[in-house]
Write a protein that binds this ligand. Structure first.
Ligand SMILES: Cc1ncc(COP(=O)(O)O)c(C=O)c1O
Length: 399
């Protein structure tokens, strides 16, 4: 249709969804493509939401979320990071993605640029494009020991029209996690250049060498142009609830109120009561869930290491494994073939922008049995495919 904005019409659909759609018709497929656990939300969270629903919390509610949930977020951040964030800097949103959209709507527009540290979850970059901005991708460096931030490249990308710098730590898909000194350098860069920083911390609990990932909230003050995005989706197995929150600088409260009003008019009150339980009573669940991810991570690492043509990239957090397959350069075609031929759903690296073109992502927040079966299938697929691939391999794709 001609009336659709040019940049929207030209926008590529998510390659992850392309593969996912193919997988719908494949019986018995093991889907490791999406970033979510395969366990339902724990009962103590569901019960709190059901009780609120039964108690009649079915009306429009506060744009920035019910006061009980904002208070619970405040307590949670104080407990985790020792930072007391005032209530007027907290807004509940319809998932982390909605927080990103609201921030982009407030800060970006035609003629502006946004820098994104990649590989990155594509939806974030699309939200920037939808807001009218041009996205500049700065890739993490990759080595045998994992991913690292190229601070000089980030500084070079933050030119005159840049309004926003986005990074996720721990990141999707790489699992890269920022260090305190890198965060200090990034914060100083954004201060010096007058740029807003979006720190996406939705995987803050999914770390394997500490209780919680470093947060920019530990460094920045209320006057810093810092937006910290978080979500109930990952740490509490609540992807389908579509609930998240963000912390913003002082002076942004009215803008948050306005944009939430004109986007969703606030979230669902009864679901937010469930989220209060997640924050106040969820520590045992989070610990159990991270242990489950640790087991999944080890299974995948062991199995991929035993596959001839596969090399995994090391990571520190989130619940994804990234790997490359010798001879595979078109990851979309590869993942489409794997889903049909091997009944394993993987996410093609091309979806995640610069730095991930030849990589493949899988989510290991799944049951050990499913992961073992998925690895059996992938191994058999690659073994069966080896001979023809060796012959067909193009010079660009060759390692
Ligand atoms: C890095 C990152 N940010 C934000 C989100 C948004 O999560 P949700 O919208 O489910 O809260 C995701 C989901 O996969 C993600 O990976």
């Amino acid at each position: 249709m001609k009336l659709i904005r040019e940049e929207i019409a030209a926008m590529e659909d998510s390659p992850i969804l392309d593969v996912w759609r193919m997988g719908f018709s494949v019986p018995d497929v093991i889907g490791l493509w999406a970033g979510e656990p395969d366990i339902p939300t724990p009962p103590f969270i569901c019960d709190a939401a059901i009780a609120a629903l039964r108690a009649g919390h079915t009306f429009y509610t506060h744009n920035r979320g019910i006061p009980e949930l904002r208070a619970a977020i405040r307590r949670y951040i104080l407990r985790l990071y020792g930072q007391d964030i005032s209530d007027d800097r907290i807004a509940v949103t319809n998932a982390g993605m909605n927080a990103v959209q609201i921030i982009c709507q407030a800060l970006l527009g035609a003629g502006s640029k946004a820098v994104a540290i990649t590989p990155s979850w594509p939806n974030i970059m699309r939200a920037m494009t939808i807001s009218g901005a041009e996205v500049v991708e700065v890739a993490l460096r990759r080595s045998d020991t994992g991913w690292s931030l190229d601070l000089d490249a980030v500084a070079a990308a933050c030119g005159p029209r840049v309004k926003v710098l986005y990074l996720a730590s721990p990141a999707n898909p790489t699992g890269w996690a920022i260090t305190r000194s890198e965060a200090q350098a990034i914060l100083e860069l954004t201060r010096a250049r007058g740029i807003a920083l979006i720190s996406d911390e939705v995987y803050h609990r999914i770390v394997y060498d500490r209780a919680v990932a470093f947060s920019f909230l530990e460094l920045a003050g209320p006057g810093d142009a810092l937006f910290v995005v978080n979500s109930f989706s990952k740490s509490w197995a609540m992807t389908g609830w579509r609930l998240g929150w963000f912390i913003y600088p002082e002076g942004f409260t009215q803008t948050a109120e306005k944009l939430i009003q004109f986007n969703t008019s606030g979230g669902q009150a009864f679901l937010q009561h469930g989220a209060v339980a997640a924050l106040d009573e969820g520590e045992a669940f989070v610990a159990e869930f991270v242990e489950r991810c640790r087991v999944g991570r080890a299974i995948v690492a062991r199995r991929l290491a035993a596959m001839d043509r596969v090399r995994e990239v090391a990571s520190n957090g989130s619940f994804y494994s990234m790997f490359e397959v010798d001879g595979v350069s078109d990851t979309v075609a590869f993942c489409k073939d794997v889903v049909v031929a091997a009944r394993v759903g993987l996410a093609p690296g091309r979806a995640f922008g610069k730095g991930a073109e030849r990589l493949i992502r899988l989510c290991y927040a799944k049951s050990p049995a499913n992961l073992e079966t998925a690895m059996d299938r992938l191994e058999a697929y690659l073994a069966g495919q080896s001979a023809p691939l060796q012959r067909q391999r193009d010079p660009v794709g060759a390692k």
